[in-house]
Design a protein around this ligand. Structure first.
Ligand SMILES: [Zn+2]
Ligand SMILES: [Zn+2]
Length: 564
């Protein structure tokens, strides 16, 4: 008597559970003639080389199952690991990139070679190093609910941002939505993950604001780890967590990045470069495949004889004809966004409209009526077409040339200079002959336990003239690419106060200028910029932010002076 009742209860509960599952993705009508399926892939994927749970082969196999053609791996690192060559695994093109932690958030960097020293520290320095090394830099999870994971250096020369980051979307959710998604995950995993997505308003607003002044590429970052994602831990994840939810395959089925202009040849070396070039150019749109797909879109704008696609600059020579063609259900809503505001929303799979010949930034968001989220997550998001924009980015305005100087060191003995090091590090100053007199050779070795904060520093007296000046200049070179922290130190407070600006040196001698108003605190200080009245020492510091532990080398320094 009891048994059938239990079975009945279980069946009723099961039916209720089934009825409560999120709806399946809608089937799409056939693609319009001429619209082909783009190459699709996942960007921002962690393997067990950092805090992911899968190895490269297993992750590639999961991507193949999900119908993707490429993966961009972004294990946490400082870019000193030599990246793997482009390679096909399970038919999926694998691109080895890196996620770098800076003091202003995380960066996903594609196309970097092995860096000669660790990349880290301030965002502006990592961006400068990545640009010198030829990398393409994307702000990861820029608007994460976790403040320490947000990107906070928007004034710098970022090349891209994640308008969508899956990990941020899980972190946003609490309470019933999350519980329901966890309950329905075993039955309909991809749709359950999709039910957690909302339109990431602040990231999209940020993107729109940035595109008003420069080109910046938007992508959807999977941030896939296959670790329990429904939690509020920091990043990297702690290794104790072993529940592999959501799985790589389900995250890969959730959304992807489509490269409409790219064709793969099967030659990994060629295809890897082509995929990175397409992302760099902004020839990419994102699709939330869990809502319907695989989606295909063509977005172009024509003015006179010139035609541009998403990511491109369109030179203006007449009215702008915008054309959006989709493989989409008839009730898809196509919003054309101009300069961050919705210009027009139309329904259907073909949208054509004409705009006057005036500068503007146009992008497209396509939404399906049944989409989850509040506000609803868009189904397709294009990159912008920059109409009437100068294709060359305006260079930053140069600071005026200095006209007044005070000498700190030139051609003589290093009067008053001393070295300071952590216990297991070494430093030595020598005067050596150079063209036109003497210069200083500064030799260092940085060693010891990373936890002890190893450093080697060359310290010169600041002298009484400092307060009258605005910058420090010197001629410097290094035996190899090196990043040196130039610091001003005041004895104020129990530990002293320091402000710094890091500079790049290599075997090519160059004049380096450090502006005092660009310096930032190292450790606690009483004010954000150097207190010049109390500064007593100028330091050149090598530490493990940008010097490998166990690394050593030589700097050559001459003509140290204050300027204004
Ligand atoms: Zn991150
Ligand atoms: Zn990540």
């Amino acid at each position: 008597m009891l048994k059938p009742l239990l079975l009945l209860c279980a069946a009723a509960a099961g039916a209720g559970w089934y009825a409560a599952l999120p709806p399946r993705a809608a089937p799409l009508p056939p693609a319009p003639a001429g619209l082909t399926q783009p190459v699709r892939g996942a960007i921002h994927v962690h393997s067990n080389r950092s805090d992911g749970t899968g190895d490269l082969d297993a992750i590639a196999a999961a991507a193949a199952e999900a119908g993707l053609q490429f993966i961009v791996f972004t294990d946490h690192g400082d870019a000193t690991r030599k990246p793997d060559a482009f390679r096909y695994r399970s038919g999926v093109l694998c691109i080895d990139a890196v996620e770098i932690s800076t003091e202003h958030g995380h960066l996903v960097v594609l196309g970097l070679p092995q860096s000669p020293y660790p990349l880290g520290g301030e965002a502006r320095d990592v961006l400068e190093d990545a640009a010198r090394l030829g990398g393409f830099v994307i702000a990861a999870h820029p608007e994460s609910a976790k403040p320490e994971l947000q990107w906070t250096s928007w004034d710098s020369t970022l090349a891209g941002l994640e308008w969508l980051n899956a990990d941020s979307e899980w972190r946003d959710e609490t309470g019933w939505t999350l519980t329901r998604a966890m309950l329905s995950y075993p039955g309909r995993p991809t749709e359950s993950l999709a039910s957690l997505l909302d339109r990431p308003v602040s990231a999209l607003d940020r993107w729109d604001a940035l595109t008003r002044t420069r080109r910046i590429v938007g992508i959807a970052g999977s941030d896939a780890h296959a670790r329990i994602g429904f939690r509020s831990l920091g990043e990297p994840y702690d290794a104790g967590s072993s529940l592999h939810i959501p799985s790589y395959q389900q995250v890969f089925r959730l959304f992807s990045n489509a490269l409409p202009g790219t064709a793969l040849t099967g030659d990994a070396a060629v295809d890897g470069l082509a995929v990175i070039a397409a992302i760099r150019a902004g020839h990419v749109y994102s699709t939330v495949d869990a809502l319907g797909g695989p989606a295909a879109m063509s977005f172009t704008a024509t003015s006179g004889t010139a035609t541009a696609a998403g990511g491109d600059v369109l030179p203006l020579s007449g009215p702008i004809a915008l054309r959006i063609e989709l493989q989409a259900p008839a009730d898809a809503q196509v919003a054309v966004i101009k300069d961050g505001s919705v210009l027009e929303t139309r329904t259907g799979a073909l949208v054509e409209l004409t705009e006057p010949a005036a500068p503007g930034v146009y992008r497209v968001e396509v939404t399906l009526p049944a989409a989850p989220g509040d506000p609803a997550i868009p189904w397709i998001v294009s990159n912008p077409i920059y109409a009437g924009r100068d294709p060359a980015e305006p260079p930053p305005a140069p600071r005026p040339r200095a006209t007044s100087f005070a000498e700190l060191y030139k051609d003589g003995p290093a009067a008053g200079w001393v070295v300071e090091t952590s216990p297991a590090s070494v430093a030595r100053i020598d005067e050596i002959k150079a063209v036109g007199g003497l210069q200083l050779s500064l030799r260092y070795g940085v060693g010891g336990a990373a936890s002890a904060g190893p450093f080697a520093a060359f310290v010169m007296p600041a002298g009484p003239e400092l307060q009258k000046f605005t910058q420090l200049t010197f001629v410097g070179r290094a035996d190899k690419p090196t990043r040196v922290s130039v610091q001003l130190r005041s004895p104020a407070g129990p530990e002293g106060e320091r402000w710094h600006r890091s500079v790049y040196l290599d075997p090519e001698p160059r004049e380096v200028t450090v502006y005092f108003d660009e310096m930032t605190p190292r450790g606690p200080t009483s004010q954000p910029q150097p207190n010049l009245a109390s500064v007593q020492a100028v330091l050149l510091v090598l530490d493990t932010i940008n010097t490998p532990l166990g690394g050593n080398g030589t700097l050559w320094i001459d003509d140290v002076r204050y300027a204004r």
